[in-house]
Design a protein around this ligand. Structure first.
Ligand SMILES: [Zn+2]
Ligand SMILES: [Zn+2]
Length: 134
């Protein structure tokens, strides 16, 4: 059984970059959350600053895992525990240099073609939370 990363109760998989945002189904994009910490008031689907916080964590984790400047196709499969079709989806449209694919391009794509910054955590505070379908 998976346990909630916040409180330790039984948990479901949350996709940090939601599928509707272009997030992929692979282990690094998972966060285990119980019902309340997933879809409750203080979960990422209802609290935008928590959503952004988890995305910043994920983006940082990707920067740690992908520490080289360029990666080849097979290397990326190993580093991110992907299958071939998911790796192809990520790399589709990215420029292939003679050293490989540029890591910053890969991370940008994995984040749903977006770069997350600290200030974004506070950006939505005055707005009504957006409800996502995933
Ligand atoms: Zn919880
Ligand atoms: Zn979720």
């Amino acid at each position: 059984m998976n346990r909630c990363e916040v409180c330790g109760k039984a948990a479901d998989i949350h996709h940090i970059v939601h599928k509707s945002e272009g997030g992929l189904d692979f282990p690094l994009n998972y966060k285990y959350l119980c019902g309340e910490h997933h879809r409750g008031k203080h979960g990422p689907h209802r609290d935008n600053s928590i959503d952004i916080e988890y995305k910043l964590e994920f983006q940082y984790k990707l920067q740690q895992v992908l520490y080289k400047k360029y990666y080849g196709f097979d290397e990326l499969i190993d580093m991110l525990e992907l299958n071939k079709s998911k790796a192809k989806r990520i790399l589709k449209g990215l420029k292939l240099y003679k050293e490989g694919y540029y890591t910053e391009d890969i991370i940008y794509k994995l984040m749903g073609s977006k770069k997350y910054e600290e200030y974004m955590m506070h950006e939505y505070k005055d707005f009504i939370p957006i409800f996502y379908s995933v």
